[in-house]
Design a protein around this ligand. Structure first.
Ligand SMILES: [Zn+2]
Length: 465
């Protein structure tokens, strides 16, 4: 490897910044909304073919569109010329985006990107088209300036992340050999602020349930039947309240905390460094005051501790004025965010058993598990993480903070278990990017720093023993 590997790549990138952004705008123009697949099939095929062409043009090899049954195609490419002795990094990203409604609240159409005030606006600009595009730009700059890389690369871009990557784990299983690697890079996150880039070393899992209670076989007059027939809505409210202690906010389902790994001393120290305060929580949420589990600061409660939420209750009468009925049946949607090593399937069963026990014989209970994702934890001592820390510091001019993420990345655990446990999970977005919302954008400065970080990362990973 040449001494000035990243310097020449950087110079190349700086000469081609305009084209890079133009290409990213083209990528954003494909309306690849995975929640609207298969109606959007054409957009997915066109985008996948476009990506394949771009990846070949960048100097990557074996670029291909891989069709999947009943799902958007994958796009794959590789560069394996660094040889058997060099490490192989697998890069994962997603080219699908979330829906755009309410459309009338966008300042410009979501799939007609514009640059304004140092930001590029458009659906997917930050999540995740802009972020994986930054990685591809770094690859192109390295290959076109140096003609080589100090490591091997395999790039896998999927089109189903926003709808829980339902088909990807099976593909990983079937293609273990082809995807064999020494570590994985994912850029699909938001830094805390421009001077606080991050490395995420964990994500929460989730168990989503629906609870249904059947009372009388039709709505009843509460004057005629009230006091004699069970009201399923009253039971539902009692049931939901019985899940969590109102004071300590501990979840009361027996066995719920059995597998929870407590925060280590080192994790507490890492948490100290995270610049999130209770005041910020109040200001950003607009809530009158914060709530959460006793004994943990806000930044631990929103990332490293399990939660219980009721997302919706349906039943009875909520229209204008009064209608004094005893509803026939009622429904609630709930979820539990889970931390390492809780298993969502086991938690679902525990919750089900608990609710069955709490339910009186006056109503019929049905509990269904709607979806689940495993929590994940990444070893902070992995050499890839150390390389990532140095690269991000060089690219952003600030040391990355180590955080556990409060959200869930369903494919993270399968990637770790099937391909490699060491994942550098980072991101070039910012909280103000409004991902999943209207007027999504990415800050160009973050994008450029992201490209730089990835060039340095290739250099750093190439030096690993
Ligand atoms: Zn994403």
């Amino acid at each position: 490897m040449k001494e000035d590997f990243s310097a020449s790549a950087l110079a190349y990138f700086e000469r081609h910044q305009e084209e890079t952004l133009e290409k990213l705008s083209q990528l954003i123009r494909f309306p690849t909304i995975s929640a609207e697949y298969p109606e959007r099939q054409a957009a997915f095929s066109e985008c996948a073919i476009w990506l394949q062409g771009e990846m070949s043009q960048m100097g990557l090899e074996n670029a291909q569109v891989i069709p999947l049954d009943h799902a958007p195609p994958l796009v794959y490419a590789e560069w394996l010329e660094a040889g058997n002795s060099a490490p192989t990094l697998l890069i994962y990203g997603h080219y699908d985006v979330v829906p755009v409604d309410p459309l009338d609240q966008w300042s410009q159409p979501p799939f007609e990107p514009v640059v304004s005030g140092g930001r590029l606006y458009g659906r997917g600009a930050s999540d995740d088209k802009g972020q994986f595009w930054a990685i591809l730009c770094a690859i192109e700059a390295c290959l076109k300036s140096n003609g080589n890389l100090p490591l091997n690369l395999k790039i896998l871009i999927e089109g189903e992340e926003e709808v829980l990557s339902r088909h990807l784990a099976a593909f990983l299983e079937e293609n273990r050999e082809r995807l064999r690697c020494d570590g994985i890079l994912i850029a699909d996150m938001e830094a805390l602020h421009p001077q606080a880039p991050l490395i995420m070393y964990g994500t929460r899992g989730i168990c989503m349930l629906e609870v249904h209670l059947q009372g009388p076989n039709h709505q009843l007059h509460s004057g005629t039947f009230g006091g004699g027939v069970e009201n399923p809505l009253n039971v539902l409210v009692r049931l939901l309240a019985s899940i969590q202690d109102g004071e300590t906010r501990r979840i009361l389902v027996p066995g719920f905390y059995d597998a929870v790994q407590p925060l280590s001393e080192r994790e507490w120290a890492l948490l100290e460094e995270v610049p999130i305060t209770e005041e910020m929580g109040v200001a950003i949420s607009g809530a009158p005051a914060l709530a959460g589990e006793e004994g943990y600061p806000l930044k631990a409660r929103i990332s490293a501790r399990p939660t219980f939420e009721v997302h919706g209750i349906c039943g009875g009468y909520c229209g204008e004025g009064v209608k004094t009925v005893i509803p026939a049946d009622v429904t609630a949607k709930l979820s539990f965010r889970l931390v390492s090593n809780q298993n969502p399937t086991i938690i679902g069963q525990l919750v089900k058993q608990y609710l069955v026990k709490q339910t009186p014989p006056t109503v019929i209970l049905e509990v269904s598990i709607l979806d689940e994702a495993q929590p994940a934890i990444i070893d902070c001592d992995a050499p890839l993480i150390a390389a990532g820390k140095r690269a991000i510091q060089r690219g952003f001019g600030a040391l990355p903070k180590f955080v556990r993420g409060g959200g869930s990345i369903p494919i993270l655990r399968p990637l770790q278990e099937i391909l490699h446990p060491h994942v550098l999970l980072t991101g070039f977005g910012l909280p103000e990017d409004r991902t999943h919302s209207t007027d999504e954008s990415i800050a160009l400065s973050q994008f450029y720093n992201g490209v730089r970080s990835v060039m340095y990362l290739f250099e750093e990973v190439g030096k690993l023993p």
